[in-house]
Design a protein around this ligand. Structure first.
Ligand code: GLN
Length: 486
C-alpha cells in the first residue's frame, strides 16, 4: 500500500478496495519498524490516527469525503496541533501541548486526512540539515550517514521512506525545497500568503510559508487544494480564491518559455548536479518549451540579505519564549527577573537559535539598523524587481535546488557559513514571495538531486502542471531509497 501515491490511494479508498484503518495500520507499522533508524518523527499519534481512520471509513462508507479522506499524513512539528505536543524541534517547547490547531492542520483534519504524527525539524526551522533539532538529527533514507536536508528534514525522510503518504512543511529560505531535493521527493512552497500562517510557530514572518512534501506533483496539488485560501485568522493570507490545481494538471501542455539564470550555474554547483539540471531542461524542450538564458542581477546577494532579515525577524518573534507564559522554564529560585530570563533562554535554546537571536538583535540595534537592516531591505526589493523583470519574458525560472546532493551528518554543522551557502539557490524565491518547487531529476552517487522551478506570484497552477508533465516524462520521482521498498 505504501508504494501507491495519494491520488491512487484516494481512488482505492473511494471504491472501498481498502479501508483507511488498514492503510493507517500499515503506515503505523512501517513507522514503528523503520523510524528507529531514521528519527523522522518526534511524536507518533497512534491512537488519534486510528480514531481518525475509523471516522474516515464511516465518512467514505456514506459516499462522502474529499480526495484526502482517510489518507495518512504527517505534520512538521512547527504546526500547532490541538492536544498534541508541538515542540518546533526545541527544548524550549518540549513540554508544550498546543491548545489549538493551526489553520493548515484544521483544514486537513476537516478534509478527513489522518495525522500519523509530528515530524523532526531543525530547531525553530533554523538549519539546512535537521542537525539543530533538540531531538537529534533525522537521517536520509537514501544513505543514513547523510542529512535529509532541513529544516523540514523529518517530513522529507518520512515521505521518502514511505512512512507517510505526504507531509506538511514550511519554507523560509528553502526548508521545503532543499530537503525534498536531498530526499528525492516533491516539495512545493506556494506564494507568500497563499496558505495561512495561523498556528505555525513563527520564525521570520515576512518569509515563512507552509507547503507540502509528497511523492508527486499531483499529490501536492491534492494537499494544497485543501491547505490554501483566505483565512480571517491570518491578515497576511491572500484573499484570492484558490484555482482548481488538480484540473490544471490535466490541461494540455502550452509552449511556455523557461528562463535559466546563468548565475545559478556558478562555481558552487557540483558539475554532476549541473548536468542533471541540463538533462531536465532538455526534457522540457522535448515537451515544446523554449529555454532562454537569463540573468538575475542581484541574486548573489540573497544569502547575505536573508541572514540579516530572517534573524532580525526571528529575534523579535522568539522574544515570546520567556519561561513565564509557556514552554521551558529554568528551575530553581530566581530573585532577579533578568537573571531568570537569561537562565531560561540560555538553557531552552540551542546554539544555532542563539546565534540567530544575537545576529538579529545586533542588526536591529540603534547605530546598526541603517547599516544592515535597512540596507538588506533595500536589496531585498532589488532582488524582487529582478524576478519581476525576468517574468516579463519568461513563464517560469528553472535551476538547481541545491549545489550538491545530501552531505554527511556532521560535515557542515560546525561551519555556519558553509551551511548557509547550501541555500544559495532557494533563498531568492521567499525573499520575493514567489512560489517555487523542487522535483527529483536524477541521482549523483546514488543520492537524489532536485530541479527547482520558480514562478511569478500565484502561478501555482503553472508550476504544478510543469512538474506534473516532467514527472510523466521521467521516473526519478518513483525511485525508492534502497531498503525501503518492502
Ligand atoms: N536553511 C535556512 C535557514 O537556516 C532556511 C530555513 C527555512 O527555510 N526554514 O534559515
Amino acid at each position: 500500500m505504501h508504494e501507491a501515491t495519494i491520488a491512487q490511494l484516494a481512488q482505492e479508498l473511494k471504491s472501498r478496495k481498502i479501508s483507511s484503518q488498514e492503510l493507517t495500520k500499515h503506515f503505523l507499522e512501517r513507522i514503528s519498524r523503520l523510524d528507529a533508524d531514521l528519527n523522522a518523527f518526534i511524536t507518533i499519534t497512534q491512537n488519534d490516527a486510528l480514531a481518525q481512520a475509523k471516522a474516515a471509513d464511516a465518512r467514505l462508507a456514506s459516499g462522502e469525503g474529499t480526495p484526502l479522506t482517510g489518507i495518512p499524513i504527517a505534520h512538521k512539528d512547527i504546526f500547532c496541533t490541538k492536544g498534541v505536543k508541538t515542540s518546533c524541534g526545541s527544548r524550549m517547547l518540549d513540554n508544550f501541548i498546543s491548545p489549538y490547531d493551526a489553520t493548515v492542520v484544521a483544514r486537513l483534519k476537516q478534509a478527513g486526512a489522518v495525522m500519523l504524527g509530528k515530524t523532526n525539524m531543525d530547531e525553530f526551522a533554523m538549519g539546512s540539515s535537521n542537525e539543530t533539532s533538540f531531538y537529534g538529527p533525522a537521517h536520509n533514507p537514501w544513505d543514513r550517514d547523510t542529512v535529509p536536508g532541513g529544516s523540514s528534514g523529518g517530513s522529507a525522510a518520512a515521505v521518502a521512506a514511505r512512512m507517510a503518504c505526504g507531509a506538511t512543511g514550511t519554507d523560509t529560505g528553502g526548508s521545503i525545497r532543499q530537503p525534498a531535493a536531498f530526499s528525492g521527493v516533491t516539495g512545493v512552497k506556494p506564494t507568500y500568503g497563499r496558505v495561512s500562517r495561523y498556528g505555525i510557530v513563527a520564525f521570520a514572518s515576512s518569509l515563512d510559508q507552509a507547503g507540502t512534501l509528497t511523492r508527486t506533483a499531483e499529490d501536492a496539488a491534492l494537499m494544497l487544494q485543501i491547505m490554501s485560501g483566505p483565512d480571517e485568522l491570518d491578515s497576511t493570507a491572500l484573499p484570492n480564491l484558490v484555482p482548481d490545481f488538480c484540473k490544471a494538471l490535466k490541461d494540455p501542455w502550452e509552449n511556455i518559455t523557461i528562463g535559466v539564470p546563468d548565475n545559478f550555474f556558478d562555481k558552487d554547483l557540483d558539475p554532476n548536479n549541473a548536468q542533471l539540471i541540463r538533462d531536465a531542461l532538455s526534457v522540457f524542450e522535448k515537451l515544446g518549451a523554449t529555454i532562454k538564458e537569463i540573468h538575475l542581477e542581484n541574486i548573489h546577494l540573497s544569502v547575505p540579505v536573508y541572514y540579516v532579515v530572517a534573524p532580525a525577524e526571528a529575534s523579535s518573534n522568539l522574544s515570546r519564549f520567556d519561561g513565564i507564559r509557556y514552554g521551558y522554564r529554568a528551575e530553581g529560585e530566581s530573585g532577579d527577573l533578568a537573571e531568570f530570563y537569561m537562565r531560561t533562554r540560555g538553557e531552552g535554546f540551542g546554539a544555532e537559535v542563539k546565534r540567530r537571536i544575537l545576529m538579529g538583535t545586533y542588526v536591529l540595534s540603534a547605530g546598526y539598523y541603517d547599516a544592515y537592516y535597512l540596507q538588506a531591505q533595500k536589496i531585498r526589493q532589488l532582488i524582487s524587481q529582478d524576478f519581476s523583470r525576468a517574468f516579463e519574458d519568461v513563464d517560469l525560472i528553472a535551476g538547481p535546488t541545491a549545489p550538491t546532493p545530501a552531505f554527511s551528518i556532521g560535515q557542515k554543522i560546525n561551519d555556519p557559513i558553509q551551511m548557509y551557502l547550501n541555500d544559495i539557490y532557494t533563498i531568492g524565491a521567499p525573499l520575493a514571495g514567489l512560489p517555487a518547487l523542487s522535483t527529483p531529476c536524477g541521482l549523483v552517487n546514488n543520492l537524489p538531486v532536485g530541479l527547482q522551478l520558480i514562478g511569478p506570484h500565484l502561478s501555482e497552477e503553472r508550476l504544478l502542471k510543469a512538474a506534473h508533465y516532467f514527472q510523466q516524462e521521467t521516473d526519478w520521482h518513483t525511485l525508492v531509497p534502497p531498503g525501503y521498498f518492502e
